[in-house]
Ligand binder design. Structure first.
Ligand SMILES: Cc1ncc(C[n+]2csc(CCOP(=O)(O)OP(=O)(O)O)c2C)c(N)n1
Ligand SMILES: [Mg+2]
Length: 435
């Protein structure tokens, strides 16, 4: 005779709250109701499909095809909650500087003056410039290779990046790097890009932790691609920031390609911002080609960081409009997809908004602004080209730390670290408390 089942017995598969207690019955407050705000005014429905085709010799080749409404009308720019006329024009100017600097770099490469390759952020200028523009002066940031506009916003000159690519003696790394691996921890609070995808995230979380130990809640902004976000270190870095309530502002640059891999083959969730739910932090989706949306989401995240409320994940949807780098012709990208996104050029859209919709710039002022940016880029190019190459004997310097060259002092105050109880040597692994 079997024992009589009691009705109140818990099922073995859950209903356990975080502190281990079982819930007796599900009530409405237990239901999960997560949502991801989406600031976009358009939701492109394009899908990339892999097709296999055979050549005349019977060999198979992969080809990508795009499906969806390729003729959808271009959406308007969303009015910013925060930006005024002057600020919008300033961001537009930075975006122009970003674009024209990259055109100059492409020409320098073709003239044989660049030492290695060149990377471009074509189509992503709104994301780079409007995000960095949302930071306060004391905040920190770390660009990735496509964010060549962010350092311009933070006070680097176009000639710095140009000299860096040409490995010139006056470049920020004095000729020791051929791309954009430079930073400035003194004045501009910029951590150098790291090539290992995702590694900037824990580094920036660490910057926020360091600042908090010195009594400051800072925003620390960095970027990761839709491909790079698959790395384990991305998870570790965001999770650390989440549990420590650190002011990480992470942009996922959803530009639809990772090298030649389309995003359909990179992840299965609908939107990468959904991953914020798993980390227990806010996530938001923006149109990465709309500077106002990028700025507003970044500013909200920066303010949360300053209030000590922890990290935010912002997914910026856009398209990488060139190959991975100058050596990559991106022949794998279906042309109709490029045509679709060409109509959503962030600079052309912002120009149209400022000149035609808002009438904040009359066409003559716009033409003068463009001419001024072109003149600056030409001057910067000249500075970069005439800068000398490093002397051979300088190669042995600046490799290892030399006396006093890297004195790292607390920037904001004396670190406040609570010691565990008990004097003498550390007695438990929990002897240092980070909160
Ligand atoms: C950990 C790691 N794996 C692989 C690479 C090589 N790699 C450099 S860029 C890149 C593709 C990145 O794609 P995505 O993150 O989408 O950035 P995007 O180029 O689109 O801006 C890869 C695989 C790397 N740098 N680091
Ligand atoms: Mg990508």
């Amino acid at each position: 005779m079997g024992a009589k089942k009691t009705k109140s017995k818990q099922s073995s598969n859950g209903n356990r709250s975080r502190n281990g207690a079982f819930r007796s019955k599900l009530n409405t407050t237990d239901r999960r109701a997560y949502s991801i705000p989406d600031l976009r005014l358009e939701h492109p429905d394009l899908t990339v499909r892999q097709a296999i085709e055979k050549d005349k010799d019977g060999a198979e080749h992969v080809r990508y095809e795009v499906e969806g409404n390729l003729n959808a009308p271009v959406p308007p720019i969303r009015d910013s909650k925060y930006l005024d006329k002057k600020q919008c024009i300033e961001i537009y100017r930075y975006m122009l500087l970003n674009r024209k600097m990259e055109v100059a770099l492409e020409n320098l490469y073709k003239q044989g003056k660049v030492v290695g390759g060149v990377y471009f952020g074509l189509g992503q200028e709104a994301c780079s410039c409007a995000s960095a523009y949302a930071l306060d002066q004391d905040d920190w940031f770390a660009p990735m290779i496509r964010n060549q506009g962010s350092p311009l916003v933070r006070g680097f000159r176009a000639s710095d990046t140009m000299m860096q690519y040409m490995a010139k003696a006056d470049s920020p790394t004095r000729g020791r790097d051929g791309t954009s691996h430079f930073g400035d921890i003194e004045k501009r609070n910029m951590v150098s890009p790291i090539s290992m995808l995702g590694d900037l995230i824990p580094v920036l979380s660490g910057v926020a932790l360091g600042a908090r130990l010195q009594g400051r809640n800072l925003a620390v902004m960095t970027y990761i691609g839709d491909g790079g976000q698959s790395t384990g270190v991305t998870y570790e870095g965001i999770n650390f920031a989440a549990v420590q309530n650190l002011g990480l502002v992470l942009f996922i640059e959803s530009n639809l390609w990772a090298y030649s891999t389309p995003s359909e083959m990179q992840y299965r969730c609908k939107d990468l911002a959904e991953r914020a739910i798993g980390y227990g932090i806010p996530g938001v989706i923006v149109d990465g080609t709309d500077a106002c949306q990028v700025y507003d989401a970044a500013r909200d995240a920066v303010e949360r960081a300053h209030r000590g409320e922890g990290p935010t994940l912002i997914e910026a949807k856009m398209m990488r409009m060139k190959g991975h780098a100058i050596h990559d012709a991106a022949a794998y990208v279906p042309k109709p997809m490029l045509d679709f996104w060409k109509k959503r050029d962030p600079i052309a859209r912002f120009e149209n908004y400022l000149v035609k919709e808002k009438k904040w710039l009359i066409p003559k002022e716009n033409a003068e602004l463009i001419a001024e940016v072109e003149r600056i880029i030409e001057e910067e190019r000249e500075i970069a080209v005439t800068s000398p190459m490093p002397t051979p004997e300088s190669a042995e310097g600046g490799v290892f730390c030399e006396d006093g060259c890297h004195e790292i002092k607390p920037k904001y105050g004396v670190p406040k670290v609570k010691r565990g109880t008990g004097s003498g040597p550390k007695q438990t692994e929990a002897a240092v408390h980070l909160r």
